[in-house]
Design a protein around this ligand. Structure first.
Ligand SMILES: Nc1ncnc2c1ncn2[C@@H]1O[C@H](COP(=O)(O)OP(=O)(O)OP(=O)(O)O)[C@@H](O)[C@H]1O
Length: 257
């Protein structure tokens, strides 16, 4: 067991009222797993992600990574958000190099070499000199993925990273992150409210429901790599998740071109 989340509760006080954002969450995650935290708005996905990443603390319960209690964010891990987080005054390469600037053991040339390797990996080798504003949203998110990988993290936390992208770009980036995961074998914890995205990406989907935020079901997705969104098995898993949310579609989703 790599990450252990044990009896985690999180309460917030809002306008004098106590609100339970996470109710008795128990979950273990193995090294190298791709985990999707899936659920509707307000079910506590980001709250759970932030607690595992050390940005916030549970009200009670414990979270350990590699046997150590999480008390603050670790430089061993990185988080990718929806809004890319690139510095507009730096070119693409310098944005990626940012991940290595605190590592004083590296010479500037070495930093550049590592950053270029990951820019190539995300298919943006030819855009090293571009400014972030010259790139599309999908390309900007690829730069932030390259920057995250450059730091050689143990865990990559992703909070709805593709939420601002159009459907086609989103599918392309889903494929990119899967092939990167295959090459780099990182542990990825990925927040989404998109059922198809979760079933397409995850080794396991953690289905969460709101009021109070809790884990309703954990589904192991045994579809292997190269998943087909239109296959019967894919639709079956999708239906199980819809049922969990009590909103099962009785008709198959249509695909028309
Ligand atoms: N700092 C805070 N103070 C008060 N309430 C909070 C705070 N952070 C989160 N909440 C509440 O906790 C609940 C869970 O929030 P959270 O952001 O984790 O949900 P989510 O599932 O990630 O939703 P979304 O998909 O909309 O981002 C929400 O009802 C939210 O209003």
């Amino acid at each position: 067991m790599y990450i252990n989340i044990s009896n985690v509760n999180k309460q917030f006080t809002h306008k004098g009222k106590l609100f339970t954002a996470l109710n008795n969450v128990n979950l273990t995650i193995e090294k190298g797993e791709f985990i999707c935290l899936l659920g509707p708005s307000g079910c506590g996905k980001s709250t759970l992600l932030n607690a595992i990443a050390g940005f916030d603390h549970p009200t009670s319960g414990s979270i350990t990574i590699d046997g150590k209690e999480v008390t603050k964010p670790s430089t061993r891990n990185v988080t990718i958000f929806q809004n890319y987080g690139l510095l507009p005054w730096r070119n693409v390469l310098k944005n990626v190099e940012l991940a290595l600037e605190s590592n004083k053991a590296l010479k500037s040339g070495e930093r550049t070499e590592i950053a270029r390797k990951y820019l190539d990996l995300v298919g943006l080798g030819n855009f090293a000199d571009a400014s972030p504003h010259q790139l599309s949203g999908g390309m900007q998110q690829r730069v932030s993925i390259a920057r995250a990988l450059t730091a050689n993290p143990d865990i990559i936390f992703m909070d709805e990273p593709f939420g601002a992208l159009d459907a086609i770009t989103r599918m392309k980036l889903q494929d990119d992150i899967l092939s990167i995961q295959k090459k780099e074998k990182k542990t990825i914890i990925f927040v989404t409210h998109d059922i198809d995205e979760a079933v397409y990406l995850a080794d396991r989907v953690v289905v969460m429901t709101p009021n109070p935020g809790m884990v309703k079901k954990v589904l192991t997705i045994n579809l292997g790599p190269g998943r087909d969104r239109t296959s019967d098995d894919f639709q079956k898993i999708r239906n199980i998740i819809f049922e969990t949310f009590n909103m099962k579609h009785s008709y198959p989703i249509e695909y028309s071109i």
